[in-house]
Design a protein around this ligand. Structure first.
Ligand SMILES: [Zn+2]
Length: 164
């Protein structure tokens, strides 16, 4: 039986991953509403999701993603290429781009790939750790039964990404 490292009880503990997923709720609410300027009520459905504060504090680390700017650049270029077919005069502009900026963009893309290659394994380790964490409601403390480390939810990211 896993016990809290602080109070030594197991009655108030829960897996962090379970608290996280239980804290996100979504649903639809159906009811009547009166639109502005009208006197008759009409029926509407409102859908949405909400997340409890604790669930937000115990959220897993975000997965590293490719640079958004570089993706946008590719889309812009593809659009540009289509314009070139319609308006051949733009061809010159593309040529200037290819000659001057492409090496820089390629370099940025290479660096972005290298950054991802470095960050993804760190994130995977962090997720592995996050998946074995427990939380004690009584003490507001997160702990890792494998390493016997315990800390406040606010310090969780530091622990997940720490080197040891
Ligand atoms: Zn406790």
């Amino acid at each position: 039986m896993i016990k809290c490292f602080k109070c030594n009880y197991s009655d108030q503990i829960q897996k962090v991953s379970a608290i996280y997923s239980a804290g996100i709720s979504s649903g639809s609410y159906y009811g009547s509403s009166t639109p502005l300027g009208e006197s008759k009520p009409s029926f509407t459905t409102v859908s949405g999701s909400s997340q409890s504060l604790l669930s937000r504090r115990l959220a897993p680390p975000n997965k590293p993603s490719p640079s958004f700017m570089l993706i946008v650049l590719d889309v812009v270029l593809a659009g540009f290429a289509i314009f070139c077919i319609i308006l051949p005069c733009l061809f010159l502009l593309v040529l200037i781009y290819v000659l001057s900026y492409k090496p820089k963009v390629d370099q940025s893309k290479k660096e972005d790939k290298e950054r991802l290659a470095k960050e993804i394994p760190l994130w995977e380790t962090a997720m592995e750790r996050w998946n074995r964490l427990y939380y004690c409601m009584r003490d507001d403390v997160v702990f890792d039964p494998d390493t016997e480390a315990s800390f406040r939810p606010e310090e969780m990211m530091n622990y997940l990404y720490s080197a040891n």
